[in-house]
Design a protein around this ligand. Structure first.
Ligand SMILES: *Cc1c(COP(=O)(O)O)cnc(C)c1O
Length: 412
């Protein structure tokens, strides 16, 4: 459920007309719905209300400061994967005691920053990282709370680029070597192994891989107890999918129920790291048709939003629903919706049935709230888009459109 809907054929973001916003702020334009963000967060979080738990929003899905602040006010912690994301989360007023830090390549400076901030814990992805964190913590005279990210070797049945829990992936430690890693961790003076973690992939549309991973982790939990390691946290990562097209991912409530069933008897605090399921359908991108053209094979709608603004179609072949901002009831044809960038991979949709639009008219790209702006770049020296948050009838410029000056600011 989201709060982008048509009223008499005209697209609204909550109480505000998308056309009005595009006229005032220009295109390409990201629009987020505050009510949708809050609703998604609460729906997800309340699915786990039977358990002692903490829902940590995955910052890389949408890292706008105002978005993070808004989710923080709803009670969210944050799952970060870099020092930059730590900085954002802290600037957004997130309690460091609700921040977990994942990622295979944490640098020494980033580890120090996280220890200084006193985050809840590190999700460690290699034995080398364990020793690095121990060394940094020792130097700082502190103790680092850690989990190991365990790679359960399950197939998440999602796009290969966003599968993370198979043996061939770079993420986490295989179960075989994990026990040894915990044994080492227990011996290290500046490490306190407090938890277990896994994250098997993104855009999962079935609960089964989650349950398969959970079973392996719970089995491992017993082995940990056998060697006397008593952990307090079980972090199950993120990855729940959303409907972009015809997918029918489980509702968070169903997902929650399945997990709660298996976890309620355990003396563990459960951590969840949802990103896409909170943010994906809480944002749209508006783009304007610059030109139209046809050749004997194809019809093109050339729009001002490109792969630098929204890379998912180019990177993963992802589907985003696209429609008119103002419905005109015209006949349709089959189009490629492409951007101005000098790459043939620069498309938002291919072979899509759309109304015959004209120059200057606008399209909406749905489900752009996660991995949209955060993956944007300045390729082709294109300023990154403006991000708005609509809250009822109020509009907040959450990020100004970049200027040409911004683009060369750090260059000589
Ligand atoms: C990306 C990521 C998430 C969030 O994944 P979603 O599919 O957006 O829910 C959670 N945890 C980790 C470690 C991640 O890398």
């Amino acid at each position: 459920m989201h709060h982008f809907e048509y009223r008499d054929g005209s697209l609204f973001a909550e109480e505000v007309s998308a056309t009005k916003l595009a006229e005032e702020y220009g295109t390409p334009l990201y629009i987020y719905s505050a009510a949708t963000f809050r609703r998604h967060f609460q729906a997800f979080d309340s699915a786990f209300k039977g358990l002692d738990h903490l829902t940590c929003f995955s910052v890389k899905a949408n890292s706008n400061l105002s978005v993070l602040r808004m989710l923080g006010e709803e009670g969210a912690g944050m799952d970060i994967v870099s020092g930059g994301e730590l900085y954002r989360a802290l600037r957004a007023g997130i309690d460091p005691g609700k921040i977990v830090y994942s990622g295979v390549g944490k640098r020494e400076s980033e580890i120090r920053e996280a220890l200084e901030a006193r985050i809840l814990m590190f999700n460690i992805e290699s034995v080398a990282e364990l020793h690095k964190i121990n060394a940094v913590a020792e130097e700082m005279g502190t103790v680092a709370k850690v989990s190991f990210r365990i790679n359960p070797d399950v197939d998440a049945k999602t796009h290969p680029y966003i599968s993370t829990g198979m043996a061939k992936n770079k993420f986490g430690l295989d179960i075989e070597h994990s026990l040894e890693a915990y044994k080492q961790a227990v011996e290290l003076k500046n490490i306190d192994p407090v938890g277990m973690d896994c994250h098997i992939g993104s855009q999962l549309t079935s609960i089964d891989p989650f349950l398969e991973a959970l079973d392996k982790l719970l089995n491992f939990y017993e082995k940990l107890k056998d060697i006397g390691v008593d952990i307090k946290y079980l972090d199950l990562g993120g990855g729940l999918g959303i409907p972009y097209d015809e997918e029918e991912p489980p509702h968070p409530t169903e997902f929650g129920q399945a997990l709660v069933e298996k976890l309620k008897a355990l003396p563990l605090k459960i951590i969840l790291e949802p990103g896409r399921v909170i943010a994906g359908n809480a944002g749209i991108m508006i783009t304007e048709v610059v030109y139209t053209k046809s050749n004997p094979m194809k019809n093109f709608l050339i729009v001002d939003g490109a792969m630098n603004d929204l890379v998912r179609p180019s990177l993963y072949g992802s589907y985003h629903r696209i429609d008119e901002v103002e419905k005109n009831g015209r006949e349709t044809d089959i189009f490629d919706v492409v951007g101005p960038i000098c790459e043939s991979s620069d498309f938002l949709a291919r072979d899509r049935e759309l109304p015959k639009m004209e120059q200057g008219e606008r399209l909406v790209v749905f489900s752009a709230g996660a991995y949209g702006f955060t993956m944007a770049s300045n390729y082709n020296t294109r300023p990154r888009a403006c991000e708005l948050i609509v809250d009822g009838d109020k509009v907040l410029v959450a990020r100004k459109r970049e200027t040409y000056e911004d683009l060369i600011e750090n260059e000589i």
